[in-house]
Design a protein around this ligand. Structure first.
Ligand code: GLP
Length: 246
């Protein structure tokens, strides 16, 4: 039985405000500098817009965190403008003046992906673990790039992207053929140790996966179901994403 706290919103703007309130509260109450995972995707954009607006209006404490990367495409140059590191830089990390030293990111051009998985998992541990993981969800229940079938024990992994995920990400790349076929991601084995998790979900495309996240059997076929076994999970979602009942 899930013990997740659900906040239902009526618009993307309201999602941005609710998520920003949650984040601001978390940062304000944290003793020290927390390690925070931030997701890519269209869903968190209103949240980032709201945070940047508040920061620019003087709430500079909002920039008091260390950023941990969730996932990244492989086989693209580091710094490529389509990389998740660059994307998050533009949307939130640069506007909040998070220095490069305070960003733990993947090497998207690595040739030894096993070594890169070990390096990033170790870096997260050495930084002190995840204080807050903010994640989105794929239409197939993926978290980060942990596609269906991903073990809940892996700390990080290289993954072949499913066609569904590549189609969902084609908009960032112009067309499907350009979307990389492989990615690297923090595994559920790392994410499940986050002290707190905030998931953002909007739209009917997420409804089936969100319903399974909340009420389905915990299984690797729906990676997001690992959240049922975790404490301290909050989901901010709109009516469409919550439209499928168990
Ligand atoms: C990608 C990312 C995920 C993200 C998902 C949802 O697949 N790897 O971390 O949750 O997109 O994106 P959107 O918010 O655009 O639906």
């Amino acid at each position: 039985m899930s013990t997740m706290n659900i906040i239902q919103v009526t618009s993307e703007d309201q999602l941005g405000v609710e998520a920003a309130d949650f984040f601001a509260n978390f940062i304000r109450n944290f003793d020290g500098k927390p390690n925070v995972i931030l997701p890519t995707g269209f869903t968190p954009l209103p949240f980032y817009k709201e945070i940047v607006k508040r920061y620019q209006n003087g709430e500079t404490y909002l920039g008091n965190f260390r950023y941990l990367a969730l996932d990244e495409y492989l086989d693209i140059p580091n710094g490529d403008h389509r990389s998740f590191a660059a994307w998050l830089g533009r949307e939130i990390l640069d506007p909040l003046n998070i220095s490069v030293d305070e960003r733990i990111v993947f090497n998207s051009a690595c040739t030894n992906t096993d070594a890169e998985c070990k390096r990033i998992a170790q870096a997260v541990k050495e930084a002190g673990g995840i204080d807050l993981a903010i994640v989105g969800i794929g239409g197939n229940g993926h978290i980060g790039f942990n596609e269906p079938g991903s073990s809940f024990d892996l700390e990080a992994q290289r993954i072949d992207l499913t066609k569904e995920t590549r189609i969902a990400n084609a908009e960032y790349w112009g067309c499907l053929d350009k979307v990389p076929r492989q990615a690297i991601t923090l595994g559920i084995g790392t994410l499940k140790h986050a002290n707190q998790t905030l998931m953002l979900a909007t739209g009917a495309r997420k409804a089936a996966a969100l319903s399974k996240t909340l009420h389905g059997e915990v299984c690797v076929d729906v990676p997001s179901t690992y959240l049922q076994q975790q404490g301290n999970v909050t989901i901010i979602a709109d009516h469409d994403a919550l439209s499928v009942k168990a």
